[in-house]
Design a protein around this ligand. Structure first.
Ligand SMILES: *Cc1c(COP(=O)(O)O)cnc(C)c1O
Length: 451
């Protein structure tokens, strides 16, 4: 039996080349077979097809066609964020250049838990995290798997700095924040009602006045449901007045930093102790590409950790960088490579243009809805999320409409409950979406108004 080839080393590129051709062919075939934003037929149909294609996943004797078979099956059954009608979630289409860089990360497989596994990757991470931290007015940043891990770390750093803090956030804040308090054994969070979708400064002021003990206020720059941005400067003032720590979850809105036009919407971001960024949203990265920026580098001492085999004191004293305190994970992918490649390939103007493009498309979609006789717009978009519904339709009809679209494979729209009603949600993250696609996105909702 000949041994399977390796991805790195002198033979790596030559071993990969034909396999890449297989992958690319399988992606093309699977995408063609699907022919739309997601596979038609609903969960049972998709599951049955996948099962019958895969067959025995651990056969006694291997199948040399498995790469083609499985990649094709995954592509055929994918919800493809590059299709303009796939617009439910903060699930963006990755840039080809970032995905190509991610291949190199997989091939070289550096692990960011010790310098001797990642000599250049660790330096690249330092360089890029510092640069991105500066964008938010912070000094340093940790690489995470996304907003959920960033929010957890923000609460952990707050707890280690202040003791058992109480999380104060709006009901529109991301669910990962209250969940992190549970995980970290913190007191029950205080959820401030957000009738208009954002954290109201007066309500926050009132809440902090009645609280005793240390508080971490988590504001949101880009709510998941509506893309709304909390009034950051006013909230920061109130935190200062009450001596509360401020975290800003900019998992969605953080990408606006790249755009000259939209950056002012994030004024006040630099006043946070910690900021969550998520470049697999408005940054067009393959998952995962999260960051937590930290204003005071002393806060990071809380993560300091030693394991003799990875970060011996004498090694550190001899000048070998100690990386273990940069994450709660041990083995860690170099997600920074695709981010670095993207930042340098596109530059600020290139990324800014993508941000401007998706925000402009969201406004065009809102225009179409406003002008439409049977559709209702929730509000003008702040970032690139547009909420709408067939006028006067009951919530059940709206929910069923969304499921029908999913079942038929016509479109992937999200849902959001706001102002006591259920809305269809279009989250526009695809810079290639054209005006004609917007009309197609609305088409299925047009006819469903009860007459
Ligand atoms: C998406 C999102 C998160 C969670 O990010 P993941 O990358 O999915 O872990 C956190 N906060 C907000 C506001 C989000 O939109």
């Amino acid at each position: 039996m000949s041994l399977p080839s390796l991805a790195s080393g002198p033979q790596g590129p030559d071993a990969l080349r034909p396999l890449l051709a297989t992958v690319l062919d399988a992606l093309a075939e699977g995408t063609r077979a699907r022919g739309g934003p997601l596979p038609a037929g609903g969960p049972q149909t998709v599951a049955a097809r996948l099962r019958s294609t895969v067959g025995d996943i651990l056969p006694d004797d291997g199948d040399p066609n498995a790469l083609h078979t499985l990649v094709r099956a995954l592509a055929e059954g994918a919800a493809d964020p590059a299709d303009p009608l796939c617009a439910a979630h903060l699930h963006g289409p990755p840039l080809a250049v970032a995905t190509a860089a991610d291949l190199a990360a997989s091939a070289l497989n550096p692990s960011l838990d010790s310098w001797d596994q990642a000599p250049a990757a660790s330096e690249l991470e330092t360089l890029v995290t510092r640069a991105l931290a500066r964008e938010t007015g912070a000094t340093d940043a940790l690489v995470t798997t996304g907003g959920t891990e960033s929010n957890l770390l923000a609460l952990l750093l707050a707890r280690e700095t202040l003791g058992p803090v109480r999380l104060v956030c709006s009901t529109a804040a991301h669910h990962s924040l209250p969940r992190a308090t549970w995980l970290l054994g913190l007191p029950e969070p205080v959820l401030v009602p957000a009738p208009h979708g954002t954290l109201d400064p007066a309500a926050l002021d009132h809440t902090l006045t009645t609280l005793t003990g240390p508080a971490l206020v988590a504001a949101t720059a880009g709510t998941t449901d509506a893309g709304l941005i909390d009034p950051l400067p006013a909230l920061a003032d109130i935190c200062t007045t009450h001596g509360a720590r401020l975290h800003i979850d900019a998992a969605y809105g953080g990408g606006l930093l790249f755009s000259d036009r939209h950056r002012p919407a994030l004024t006040g971001l630099d006043r946070a102790h910690t900021v969550t960024l998520d470049l697999h949203k408005l940054g067009w990265q393959p998952v995962a590409a999260g960051l937590l920026t930290v204003r005071d580098p002393h806060d990071l001492h809380a993560l300091h950790h030693r394991a003799d085999y990875l970060s011996a004191t004498d090694d550190t004293e001899a000048g070998i960088p100690d990386l273990l305190g940069r994450s709660l994970r041990t083995t860690r992918r170099p997600d920074i490579l695709k981010i670095a490649v993207t930042l340098k390939t596109l530059g600020r103007s290139g990324l800014g243009a993508l941000v401007d493009q998706v925000c402009a498309r969201a406004h065009q979609l809102a225009d179409l809805i406003e002008a439409h006789p049977t559709l209702e717009l929730h509000s003008r978009p702040t970032i690139s999320t547009v909420l709408f519904r067939p006028t006067d339709a009951p919530d059940d009809t709206v929910a069923a409409l969304r499921r029908t679209l999913l079942h038929d494979g016509h479109a992937v729209l999200g849902r959001a409950r706001l102002d006591g009603r259920l809305w269809l949600k279009a989250t526009l993250l695809n810079p290639h979406t054209r005006p004609g696609d917007l009309a197609a996105l609305l088409k299925p909702a047009e006819g469903s108004t009860p007459r």
